[in-house]
Design a protein around this ligand. Structure first.
Ligand SMILES: C[S@@+](CC[C@H](N)C(=O)[O-])C[C@H]1O[C@@H](n2cnc3c(N)ncnc32)[C@H](O)[C@@H]1O
Length: 186
């Protein structure tokens, strides 16, 4: 029979926020986000969704689905509380890591170095990494971190491509960075 000394310690999959706290934050920020969309509405493509209010309703209903599943998902470890630039996975454990609306989007808040460390960490744990979009938040400009990061990754023998996608909500925001491990990647 295993004893306390032989069973590896596995901390519970805790999140620093409860579903209630997340819901409170969502409701606080909701009017700010919708107002931001209205003020900057010419920067977005209103095709699949026609107005900021319609988008707001869709997002709120997605958030409700997420919150209803949150506690159960934590218990089942479908949601893991982790933070870039460090991920608690073994090297090459995952087939794919996706990062959306964080890296490149928050170019002002995160440095070149943070972008590189975060992407190298995603490359460490996965065979393929995809990051979307490549624009700096609300500007319509390609992130200033894109070229330096691409150069470093290419020098480490990763295959790096900018790929166009069908989804475009931020105008010109229809490009994704795809990074693949090669045999010689390091
Ligand atoms: C603008 S939201 C994007 C959410 C979602 N990925 C999407 O595209 O709709 C940015 C997300 O990044 C998360 N975030 C912030 N800092 C992070 C970090 N260092 N590592 C991982 N996620 C982080 C935030 O908690 C937030 O959920």
């Amino acid at each position: 029979m295993p004893t306390a000394a032989t069973v590896p310690y596995k901390p519970a999959n805790r999140c620093k926020f409860t579903a209630k706290a997340i819901e409170k934050r969502i409701l606080e920020t909701y009017p700010v986000i919708i107002q931001g969309l209205k003020t900057n509405c010419e920067r977005f493509v209103w095709q699949d969704v026609s107005t900021p209010d319609e988008l707001g309703k869709k997002r709120l209903s997605a958030m409700k689905l997420f919150l209803a599943d949150f506690e159960q998902g934590l218990k089942q470890e479908r949601y893991l509380n982790q933070e870039l630039p460090n991920l608690n996975f073994a090297s090459k454990q995952l087939a794919l890591t996706l990062c959306s609306h964080l890296l490149f989007t928050y170019s002002e808040q995160f440095s070149d170095n943070f972008h590189l460390r975060a992407i190298q960490e995603m490359c460490r744990v996965a065979q393929e990494v995809r990051i979307f979009p490549l624009l700096e938040n609300f500007t319509g400009e390609i992130s200033c971190h894109l070229e330096p990061v691409k150069k470093e990754l290419e020098q480490s023998n990763y295959q790096v491509k900018v790929v166009s996608v069908d989804y475009e909500f931020q105008k010109k925001g229809n490009q994704m960075l795809v990074i693949k491990r090669t045999k010689n990647a390091h």
